[in-house]
Design a binder for this molecule. Structure first.
Ligand code: ADP
Ligand code: GLC
Length: 494
């Protein structure tokens, strides 16, 4: 099958969160299963053009009243035969940042930037005379691609190409003033409730949700949740309407990149038969974070974007928050690695100044993320919502027990501790409140001190869990066939 992936993030070239991990791992696995996958991404400023091979012909992309001319670079997804195409445009991508400058507001011209991506990806396939069976678009930056397939491209080259749109995060919808519609080349005839219009503004995500042949999201529980007003971000009605075409497929994780037996960022390897290396990682982590080196003090960690979604309002919001009490009341150590909203960075920096057992690193640091997964005893993920979540899977692989809110992919991947039987792979709680986080941390500590044998068997069980891409990619292939059937009309779509 020929699959065109369109995404604003692709690991290792550009990553702000789990989207980049997901797109490259899925593409690699589909290729391993024999499919012809090609990936399109902007050539952001941080991607060294010296590492890319430039296509001979420039790419012309009709945008607004003009045609934009873009150079196109290519490279292989590391360790695969999957070509990645990088669309070059100095004015739109020649600056630091994927969606925004560090800690700043979103770029004002994001509609133009990501229109160029969606439109450019289709133009590129045409230029290469490579007709995709399916166009797989991810999150709002690629959401115009399925809209073009139903409008400007409904006849001709792409007539038989099905479309799949994956929701990685419903909170980001790509909302712009309606006057910007001219950048999209879609006329006012597309500005209606079943298209781009949303309360008299443009909503790019919503248009994608109406137009894609099939919708997916990254866990079965999140697929259910987004059909409710609580988690639907105002689009739950539309998602309920399309529920026959909406599927939740759990993300896998990359077991080669995240392997405690073979991880270049760790001072010592370890595995389920011998956890000695994990103790060495804990020591190294305490050292680099400036904490006392205390093997017996339980060490908690977080690796996260610093935003409300991830529970930081309840942990360290300006008026309340449990992080201070957790570090003050309990005998534990806490490390947090993250970047994000300015209020949160400021609050965490100030807490770390007051609390000797809290260490915070406000940067994006891949090696440190690995060391935290390996060196901690517990990883806290108290998300308000979590489409899938990858850090809890990484933690489990490294024998670090996740403490999660029971929502979305967290609910689908972590089994909560059962005191009676010792079963489970972590600890969970239901309502997101400061006291629920506090109490669940307390529960995990109680277990650590009073049921060490349960902690140990849970660690081994967590390390043995497998969230495989093999099965999830096979599921996507079925979904791609379903999209082609809907495109050809052999199966009706909602
Ligand atoms: P989301 O995509 O919502 O941010 P995920 O859990 O799916 O959440 O993915 C987050 C990814 O980003 C993980 O791979 C995590 O390790 C990584 N990550 C987040 N913040 C940082 C950081 N400051 N430094 C290094 N890696 C980070
Ligand atoms: C999003 C979600 C996260 C998910 C990731 C990859 O960024 O917030 O839960 O794991 O996409 O699908």
């Amino acid at each position: 099958m020929k699959i065109l992936m369109i995404s604003s993030e692709v690991l290792p070239f550009a990553k702000a969160g789990g989207l980049g991990d997901m797109v490259s791992a899925l593409s690699a696995e589909l290729a391993r299963q024999g499919h012809d996958v090609r990936v399109v991404l902007p050539r952001y400023y941080s991607i060294d053009p010296g590492r890319l091979r430039r296509l001979e012909d420039p790419l012309g992309v009709p945008m607004g009243r003009d045609e934009e001319w873009c150079a196109v670079g290519t490279a292989m997804l590391p360790g695969t035969e999957v070509p990645v195409y990088f669309i070059e445009h100095q004015a739109l991508f020649g600056r630091d940042g994927i969606y925004a400058a560090t800690s700043g507001p979103d770029f004002e011209d994001n509609l133009r930037r990501f229109t160029l991506l969606s439109r450019g990806a289709l133009q590129l396939a045409r230029m290469l005379k490579w007709k995709p069976d399916v166009v797989h678009a991810h999150d709002w930056p690629a959401a115009l691609a399925p809209v073009y397939l139903n409008t400007l491209e409904s006849e001709g080259f792409f007539r038989s190409s099905g479309s799949v749109f994956t929701i990685h995060n419903l909170a980001h919808q790509g909302i712009f003033p309606k006057e910007e519609i001219e950048h999209t080349m879609l006329g006012w005839e597309s500005f209606h409730g079943a298209g781009l219009e949303d309360h008299d503004q443009l909503n790019v995500l919503k248009a994608g949700l109406h137009n894609a042949d099939i919708l997916t999201t990254v866990s079965p529980t999140y697929a259910e949740e987004i059909q409710t007003p609580e988690h639907g971000h105002r689009l739950d009605g539309l998602l309920r309407h399309r529920s026959d075409d909406l599927f939740g497929v759990l993300n896998g994780m990359d077991y080669e990149l995240w392997d405690p037996m073979n991880d270049e960022y760790l001072p010592a390897p370890f595995g389920a038969d011998d956890l000695a290396g994990k103790a060495a990682c804990k020591r190294a982590l305490q050292q680099v974070m400036g904490l006392d080196v205390e093997p017996d003090v339980p060490l908690f960690g977080m690796v996260s974007r610093l935003v409300e979604q991830k529970g930081f309002g309840e942990l360290c919001g300006p008026t309340h928050g449990s992080l201070y009490n957790i570090c003050e009341d309990f005998d534990l150590q806490f490390v947090i690695l993250g970047t994000g909203e300015a209020w949160c960075e400021k609050e965490l920096a100030s807490l770390a100044g007051r609390l000797p057992n809290l260490a915070v690193d406000l940067e994006f640091n891949e090696p440190l993320a690995h060391l935290i997964m390996a060196g901690c005893d517990f990883l806290l993920v108290p998300s308000a919502f979590e489409p899938c979540g990858l850090t809890q899977m990484y933690a489990m692989r490294y024998g670090t027990l996740p403490i999660v809110r029971r929502t979305g992919g967290l609910a689908d991947t972590v089994t909560s501790y059962d005191e009676a039987t010792g079963e489970g792979t972590g600890f969970d709680f239901d309502l997101l409140t400061p006291s629920a986080i506090y109490n669940t941390v307390g529960w995990s500590l109680w277990t650590w001190h009073n049921r060490p044998n349960h902690i140990e068997t849970m660690q081994l069980r967590a390390m043995a869990e497998r969230f495989s891409w093999e099965l999830s990619a096979a599921r996507y292939v079925e979904i791609y066939k379903g999209a082609m059937d809907r495109r050809s009309g052999s199966i009706p779509r909602t």
